[in-house]
Design a protein around this ligand. Structure first.
Ligand code: GLN
Length: 286
């Protein structure tokens, strides 16, 4: 009787994914099979003729079908790497993007220039907790308040904080923008507010890839020009940040000038990501 080994399973998956116009059919076929078998991608090559158990093959076929329908790999395997750390993700959260590492690197750099004490950061719209958890991991004296309006997102973020052992320094709050922070802090000033809020212009949503359209709309849709939530956030942040403290906003390509104009009381700078796209505003409060 014919049986399916690693090599033939991969070939079949690759062909299906290619036929469905999935961008990286070979990589995705391998990542999904490594996930099912609980091994590394390299081990797939070493064991190319290893036979798959019927249950493993069934599980693999199910994941490959879903991938062919446009489900993102990160949701299918349940995790994604960000800043060298492994994050649990579910469809309740935006999948952390490499572009957002620029924001974390900038936060860590600004925090490293502060003298002593236990600095305080707020991560608004924390989602998976990628920004809050990785920054706390890199800055051991940091305290973080991480806010999200979505309860299922906060559960994922809390799990990630526990995984990376920063749950004693990251406090999660449910609510809209900085409202829960204002209630909690009672006047204690904040060093840094980081925000990767929804910034995709509403009109661009239908044109997003089928993968991105499986991510929460709540984490993507930023209104007519994408900057609605930042317009609401900036005056709130103005009240909470200490003079000389910073507001970091992730933005999308083409939003730099408008975003800088929203911050004309601040000393604001625009940064580009590794792909040369406008990606981050760092604004110092005067
Ligand atoms: N960078 C995301 C994208 O390209 C958008 C994330 C956001 O709106 N905060 O889809």
């Amino acid at each position: 009787m014919r049986y399916t080994n690693i090599e033939t399973a991969l070939a079949g998956a690759r062909a299906l994914l290619q036929q469905k116009d999935i961008e990286q059919p070979r990589l995705d076929a391998e990542v999904l099979l490594a996930h099912v078998l609980g091994c590394s991608r390299a081990a797939l090559y070493a064991g190319a003729h290893r036979r798959l158990e019927p249950g493993q093959l069934q599980h693999y076929n199910r994941l490959v079908q879903k991938r062919a329908q446009g489900h993102p790999v990160a949701y299918l395997v349940g995790h994604k790497e960000f800043m060298g750390l492994d994050f649990t993700v579910t469809p309740a959260v935006l999948i952390p993007r490499p572009d957002t590492e620029l924001l974390v690197e900038t936060a860590v750099h600004l925090l490293s220039k502060r003298a002593g004490g236990r600095p305080l950061m707020v991560d608004v719209g924390t989602g998976s907790g990628a920004i809050a958890v990785s920054t706390a991991h890199l800055v051991p004296t940091l305290r973080v308040l991480a806010v999200d309006i979505s309860a299922p997102a906060l559960e994922v973020a809390q799990k990630n904080a526990r995984t990376h052992a920063v749950d004693d320094r990251v406090v999660f709050l449910k609510g809209s923008l900085l409202e829960p922070v204002m209630e909690r802090l009672n006047g204690e000033p904040v060093d840094i507010i980081a925000a990767n809020l929804p910034y995709v212009p509403s009109g661009d949503i239908p044109g997003l890839s089928r993968e991105v359209r499986r991510e929460p709309l709540l984490a993507l849709d930023g209104g007519p020009d994408g900057l609605d939530l930042y317009r609401q956030l900036i005056p709130q942040a103005q009240k909470l940040i200490k003079p000389g403290g910073h507001l970091l906003l992730e933005i999308g390509p083409g939003q730099g000038e408008t975003a800088l104009n929203l911050l004309n009381n601040w000393q604001a700078k625009l940064y580009r990501d590794l792909g040369g796209r406008e990606r981050l505003i760092a604004a110092e409060k005067r």
